[in-house]
Design a protein around this ligand. Structure first.
Ligand SMILES: NC(=O)c1ccc[n+]([C@@H]2O[C@H](COP(=O)([O-])OP(=O)(O)OC[C@H]3O[C@@H](n4cnc5c(N)ncnc54)[C@H](OP(=O)(O)O)[C@@H]3O)[C@@H](O)[C@H]2O)c1
Length: 295
């Protein structure tokens, strides 16, 4: 399978490159900026991919509030261009999206408190509430409209090693702040599913071999608040760090984030024949990687 991978230096892209068998071309950001039609067409004509995998994105959720044009170019117009190219080549387009498309309260069809919410399903109507989320949702729509063979995969709370220099994630940031300060303040009223980039990449590759199309939710299993996620990081790392719960209002980030963005992965489980691993087990593997010199 000939795969053209965009965003190969990011967390997911790095994990994908270590898994993809066969021919995989992963141009750098500089060699193929998303939304540059000429560079993309040249690459597509030279390489002739059967699959275009888009792991590239404008991911700076807070900065996007003041840079909406840049976010739109990468997250919406980029995927539109990829979809047009994929259609022209008869290739499959795999595009990654986000839990941030669900910013509303858990749907009315789901009884009980938000913590008991089993997760948003692919059929639930999105409710994006930030520039990042709106641009990512627009990207989904462009892909679904322009590329007959597509997989749109929403994920959540991603962490993993990345080849891009200086790239951190929630886990490495917590470890660093914990060691520097002995105390971290983390929001306790946003519930998500932390997801290992390595597990996401493995599920994506497995899904590709099942020749399925359409929209999929893909995370690790389980759910937690960001504050409990931080506590679990320190419990497993053995670092004695005080974790202070704070509210979203106290954190006062520029962009609004989902209060509850757990994604139900039933469709994925049905296709792959097993549910994703528990997020705590996947986290343990990543912390082991960090101990042995990964990033
Ligand atoms: N991180 C999360 O918590 C999270 C949560 C939910 C969904 N997602 C989605 O999951 C996907 C993968 O995320 P990730 O965390 O692996 O991303 P990441 O680590 O931030 O990597 C992003 C990649 O995109 C490249 N890139 C950025 N702008 C580009 C442009 N204009 N043209 C070409 N390449 C560009 C980056 O290259 P350079 O580094 O060289 O600029 C990097 O390789 C994204 O679609 C993201 O929206 C992420």
């Amino acid at each position: 399978m000939k795969v053209l991978l965009l965003g190969g230096t990011g967390q997911l892209g790095t994990a994908l490159q270590s898994l993809l068998r066969g021919e995989c071309l992963a141009p750098s950001h500089a060699d193929c900026p998303l939304a540059d039609p000429d560079a993309l067409r040249r690459l597509c004509d030279q390489f002739g991919p059967e699959v275009i995998l888009n792991a590239a994105a404008y991911n700076r959720v807070d900065l996007a509030e003041s840079e909406p044009d840049a976010a739109w170019r990468v997250n919406a117009l980029g995927p539109r261009l990829l979809a047009t190219e994929a259609d022209r080549l008869g290739a499959t387009l795999v595009h990654i999206s986000t839990d941030h498309v669900f910013a509303g309260p858990p749907g009315p069809s789901v009884p009980g408190s938000s913590l008991a919410h089993p997760g948003w399903r692919e059929s639930d109507p999105p409710s994006p509430a930030s520039v990042y989320a709106v641009t990512k949702l627009a990207g989904e729509h462009f892909v679904r409209a322009a590329s007959p063979r597509h997989l749109v995969v929403r994920t959540c709370g991603l962490y993993g090693p990345a080849r891009s220099p200086g790239k951190g994630n929630f886990v490495t940031t917590m470890l660093r702040l914990g060691r520097e300060r002995g105390e971290v303040r983390v929001v306790d009223d946003q519930v998500c599913t932390p997801t290992s980039a390595a597990d996401l990449a493995a599920s994506l590759v497995a899904l590709l071999h099942h020749s399925q199309g359409g929209l999929f939710h893909m995370t690790n299993s389980g759910q937690t608040s960001w504050c409990e996620f931080a506590r679990e990081i320190f419990r497993q790392s053995g670092d004695a760090v005080r974790v202070v719960p704070i509210s979203t209002a106290q954190f006062a980030a520029p962009a609004r984030r989902p209060a509850h963005s757990v994604l139900a992965c039933d469709r994925l489980t049905a296709v792959l024949g097993q549910p994703p691993r528990d997020w705590r087990i996947a986290l343990g593997d990543y912390l082991s990687t960090l101990r042995t010199g990964g990033s």
